[in-house]
Each structure stands twice: as structure tokens, then as C-alpha cells.
Design a protein around this ligand. Structure first.
Ligand SMILES: Nc1ncnc2c1ncn2[C@@H]1O[C@H](COP(=O)(O)OP(=O)(O)OP(=O)(O)O)[C@@H](O)[C@H]1O
Ligand SMILES: [Mg+2]
Length: 555
């Protein structure tokens, strides 16, 4: 019952302390992890947005540069001069020689009817009519035009840049083809890391450059351009692997194309995952250390509490025992008092009968001896009963000791004298070894004598026949110690605990009252001293009475 109480207390203590200490730690860890994740996401977003913007700017500049060159040619050269095949060829080679990187594949001049009047390039396209081409109309309307990527006659991906010129006879168009591989190369420089990709898609999601991983130029991509807002936008896409793919889209070419930067941020393996794992490790270690400390502290606390509780209940038991003794004492006193009166009468009558027996008429009686023997037995037993009642009264009275000037050695001498005869009959020698000049103390001489008498008597009884009793006195730091040592049979360990209990005796019925030691214990305790016992079975027993050194002038 009590065990489970302490167990419950221990569990409660551990769980409450755990919640209070580990809870905030885990919360803090979660908060840090969340903040890190947010920061990481923001950083990646910024990076991708920046890359998409700068890469789209580069492509925009690339296209603008080529459009400007064509516009410059239209403005600086007349229609007549450019529509001349020879002039156009010369110009084309001049441009290509000076700026190969321009990626100009061919150059053509088209009149307002759509006829290609002059053409310079790897194909024989001179004389073709472009009037039906969808871009033709757009150039005339807008002044310039940049096509999406298409295969054309050569089955090579390319784009067309066309610029409108004006002359007296109407409008004309200067048209150039650009190899889309150049744009490919430009975009590819933004394909970073092992998972990074960069490509251009049209508004319908058709690849305008070759993506690094899945898909081909002019193939349909899975990019939904509707998801991207104006300017530069970053959207997230969860991959099958659980990783997050960030797609940064920036519009270019009058919002006809979108440059897409794609980057995977590993949730499970990346930088963030590393931080998370380290954090989990730190928090877990912290939790284990805290748990260990909590268990240890709770265990120690509860054990301490248990110990204190046990001491308290032991103390309580002692108090109860003392109460019981007090009640017993009162009862014993009452009984002793009641028995004393009839005993006195019996004693008196026995004495009177003894006196009568001395008279002559009884002397000659046939039963004289029997009478005399009976009367003496009555007197013996009355004496014995008186002794018992006397002791019971002494036990119950517990009166304060009367203080005399007491020389302990002297009291012992007197006691030993009284018992010397009793001892020598039983071949027991009593050896004295007293300390010189023991201080005189303030104590109750007769009570002290009663104690010494009890102890020496017990020793004689224990030895039975033939043995030794040592009686020593010592002065020891404010105490007078009286040691009574016998070489009797000793007291078994479990019995030692009971010998100071009232009425505890091992003597045969009618021989001992079992009050001697308990009375002695009470007397010495009242005097502020102690009685202790030390006994070894088969070797003997030593009782030590310690008396405080209360000097007479201090009484
Ligand atoms: N010196 C000793 N050696 C061995 N046993 C002892 C010794 N002193 C006391 N005892 C044991 O302690 C018990 C209690 O002693 P206590 O003096 O209280 O009562 P008692 O001697 O039995 O009775 P009474 O004192 O009335 O004669 C004894 O019965 C005995 O068993
Ligand atoms: Mg005794």
C-alpha cells in the first residue's frame, strides 16, 4: 500500500518535471526548426527569383540587340540598296565576319507584297512569297517581330527577327534568322548544381530551349504558365520523392516567353535536413540528460521522504508504547495498592500465629512442625508478594529523583557488600576496578543503589554457579561510566531488544518479575543518563551505566 503510494509519487514527480522541462525544450526546437525552414525557403525564393530575372534580362538584351542591329540597317540603308542582292550579300558577310556571335543564319529583304527580293544565306529562298505567313502581317502592324522557335525548311530550330522599313513606294521588311542554339547556350549557363535546370517556354508551355532533364525543344512541357504572375514569380511543386521543386518564372519578349529556373531543395537530404538532424540529436541528448537527472533526483527525494516517514512512524510507535506504559503503570499502582492491604493483614496474622505457636500448648501438638513450616512459608510468600507490589509501585510512581551528594564508588561498594554473600555461595567472584577520585555528583543514592543491585543481581542469576563479575568505574568526558561485566551465557540478539521491556523475563515462573531492568532504565533516564547492553553468546554480558557529571554546586 505504502510502496505503491511512493511509486505513484515518484511517477507523478517524474512526469510533471519532465513536462515542465522537456516540453519547453521541444517547443524551442520546433520553433527554431520552423524559423530555419522559413528562412531557408525565403533564401531559396530570393535566389531563384534573382536568377530568373537576371537570366531573362540577358535573353531580352540578346534579342533587343539583334532587333536594334536590323533596325539600324533599315534606317541607315535604303530599300533600293538592300534589295540589291549583291549589296545585301556584302553586308551579310561583313556583319557575320565582324560579329560571328550574333548567330545570324540568313538575311532577306521582302517587299510590301511579301516577295523576297534579295536573300543571303544557306538556302535558296529568293523569290519566295511570305504574304500568307502569320508573322508578315504582324511586322507591318507593329514595326518589328520576333518569332517563337520553329523548325523551318532546314529542320533546325531557329527564330526569326523582322523589322519594317519605309520608302516612297510603301513598306518593306528586313528579315533575319537566328540560330536558337545561341539562346540555348545563354540559358544553359543558369543550369546550376546537379538538379538545377533553366529553359524558356512559350505562353502555351512549349519548350523554346532544350531543358536539361526531361523534354525536348518544341515539346510540350508540364509548366502551367497561368500559375505565374506578372514580373518574376516563384512557385513550389512537390516531387514524387517528397522533395520540393522551386520554379522561378520571369516573363520576357513582351510576355510571350517565360524563362524558368528550376531548382530542387532537398527536404530529406539537403542543408535543412542536416540542420534538423543535428537539432534533433541535440534535443534528444538534452532530453536524455534531463530525464536521467529527473529520475535520479526524484528517486533520491522519494527515498528520503520514505526514510523520514519511516522514522516518524517509528517515533509514533515509541510514543504509543510510552502511553501504554504509563497506563499500565497506573493500573499496576492501583493493583499494588489494593493488594498491599490484605498482604499486611496476612503478614500480621501470620506473625500472630507464629507467636501463638511459641506457647506451650501448641509446642506439644502433634502437628507443630507442619504448622511452623506452613507459617514460615506464608511469611516467605507474603514477603515475596510485598516485594512485587513494592516494585510495581516504584515502576508506576516515576517520581523525580531526590538529589544527594553521591560518591558512585561508595554506592557500588555498599551494593557489592550486600550481595557478596549471595555471590560467594554460588562461587562467583566480584572484582572491583574503580577510577580514582571520581567527582561527587548530585544524584539519588537509593535509586542508584537499586539500579546497581538489579544489574549485579541479574549477572549473578545469569552466571548461576562459578563465574566472575567485573565492576569498573571510569570518568569519560563529562560522564561517569559504571561497567558491570559478567562471564555468563550472554543474551541472544533478539532477546536484547526486549530486556528493557517491563515484565519481560526469561526466568522460570515465580522467580523473576521482569521489572528490574525496565525500572533501572527509567531511573537512569530520569537522571539524564543511559544504560546500554553489549553481549556475546557464550562469552558474557556487559551493561554500561552512563551518568551525567552533574556537580553538586550546580543542582
Ligand atoms: N547479565 C545478564 N546476563 C544474561 N541475561 C540477562 C542479564 N541481565 C538481564 N538478563 C535478561 O534480561 C531479563 C530481564 O531482566 P530483568 O532484571 O528486567 O528481569 P528479571 O531479572 O528476569 O526479573 P527480576 O529483576 O524481577 O528478578 C532477564 O530475565 C534475563 O533473561
Ligand atoms: Mg533482574
Amino acid at each position: 500500500m505504502k510502496r505503491s503510494l511512493y511509486k505513484n509519487l515518484r511517477i507523478k514527480l517524474i512526469s510533471i518535471t519532465l513536462v515542465v522541462s522537456v516540453g519547453p525544450l521541444v517547443l524551442l526546437g520546433a520553433a527554431i526548426y520552423y524559423q530555419f525552414g522559413k528562412l531557408y525557403k525565403e533564401r531559396i525564393n530570393d535566389q531563384i527569383r534573382h536568377m530568373a530575372r537576371s537570366q531573362s534580362n540577358a535573353v531580352d538584351v540578346f534579342l533587343k540587340e539583334r532587333t536594334t542591329i536590323l533596325a539600324m540597317m533599315v534606317e541607315t540603308q535604303s530599300f533600293e540598296s538592300l534589295s540589291n542582292q549583291e549589296n545585301l550579300t556584302r553586308l551579310f558577310w561583313k556583319i557575320n565576319r565582324r560579329a560571328e556571335g550574333l548567330g545570324l543564319v540568313d538575311l532577306g529583304v521582302i517587299d510590301s507584297q511579301g516577295n523576297q527580293l534579295a536573300y543571303c544565306g544557306p538556302y535558296n529562298l529568293k523569290g519566295l512569297n511570305y504574304y500568307q505567313q502569320p508573322w508578315f502581317d504582324q511586322v507591318l502592324r507593329r514595326g518589328k517581330f520576333i518569332s517563337d522557335v520553329f523548325m523551318g525548311f532546314r529542320q533546325v530550330p531557329h527564330i526569326i527577327i523582322a523589322v519594317k522599313g519605309a520608302c516612297d513606294n510603301g513598306c518593306w521588311i528586313l528579315r533575319a534568322t537566328i540560330d536558337s542554339e545561341i539562346i540555348n547556350r545563354l540559358v544553359r549557363s543558369a543550369q546550376v548544381g546537379t538538379s538545377g535546370d533553366a529553359f524558356i517556354v512559350s505562353r502555351k508551355g512549349v519548350f523554346q530551349t532544350r531543358p536539361r532533364f526531361e523534354g525536348a525543344i518544341l515539346a510540350q512541357s508540364d509548366i502551367d504558365t497561368q500559375r505565374f504572375g506578372e514580373g518574376t514569380t516563384v512557385v513550389e511543386k512537390i516531387e514524387e520523392s517528397g522533395d520540393v521543386r522551386y520554379l522561378g518564372g520571369a516573363w520576357l519578349k513582351d510576355s510571350e516567353w517565360m524563362l524558368v529556373i528550376s531548382q530542387i531543395a532537398g527536404q530529406r537530404h539537403g542543408w535543412l535536413a542536416g540542420i534538423r538532424n543535428t537539432e534533433i540529436l541535440i534535443i534528444a541528448t538534452g532530453c536524455v540528460v534531463i530525464l536521467f537527472a529527473i529520475v535520479l533526483i526524484s528517486h533520491t527525494l522519494v527515498r528520503h521522504l520514505e526514510q523520514t516517514d519511516n522514522e516518524m512512524s517509528e517515533l509514533n510507535a515509541q510514543l504509543i508504547q510510552q502511553d501504554k506504559l504509563a497506563a499500565l503503570g497506573k493500573m499496576a499502582a492501583g493493583i499494588a495498592h489494593e493488594i498491599n492491604n490484605p498482604l499486611a493483614v496476612i503478614g500480621e496474622k501470620a506473625g500472630w500465629m507464629e507467636d501463638l505457636l511459641a506457647e506451650e500448648e501448641f509446642q506439644n501438638s502433634d502437628n507443630y512442625d507442619e504448622f511452623a513450616d506452613s507459617i514460615s512459608k506464608i511469611e516467605d510468600h507474603v514477603d515475596r508478594a510485598r516485594k512485587i507490589t513494592h516494585r510495581m509501585l516504584g515502576f508506576a510512581r516515576r517520581m523525580e529523583p531526590r538529589l544527594d551528594d553521591v560518591e558512585v564508588n561508595q554506592v557500588l561498594d555498599q551494593t557489592i557488600d550486600i550481595l557478596a554473600n549471595h555471590a560467594s555461595i554460588n562461587d562467583i567472584e566480584i572484582h572491583k576496578s574503580f577510577a580514582d577520585r571520581l567527582p561527587v555528583i548530585a544524584s539519588d543514592q537509593s535509586q542508584l543503589q537499586q539500579v546497581f543491585m538489579n544489574l549485579i543481581n541479574n549477572a549473578i542469576d545469569a552466571i548461576g554457579k562459578d563465574g566472575n563479575i567485573d565492576v569498573r568505574t571510569q570518568l569519560d568526558k563529562g560522564w561517569i561510566r559504571v561497567v558491570i561485566e559478567d562471564d555468563g551465557p550472554g543474551i541472544p540478539e533478539p532477546v536484547q531488544k526486549k530486556i528493557f521491556d517491563p515484565f519481560y523475563t526469561t526466568k522460570p515462573n515465580g522467580k523473576g518479575t521482569g521489572l528490574g531492568l525496565s525500572i533501572s532504565y527509567n531511573i537512569i533516564e530520569k537522571m539524564g543518563g543511559r544504560i546500554t547492553v553489549d553481549s556475546t553468546l557464550g562469552k558474557g554480558t556487559t551493561f554500561t551505566v552512563s551518568l551525567p557529571l552533574v556537580l553538586p554546586e550546580k543542582k
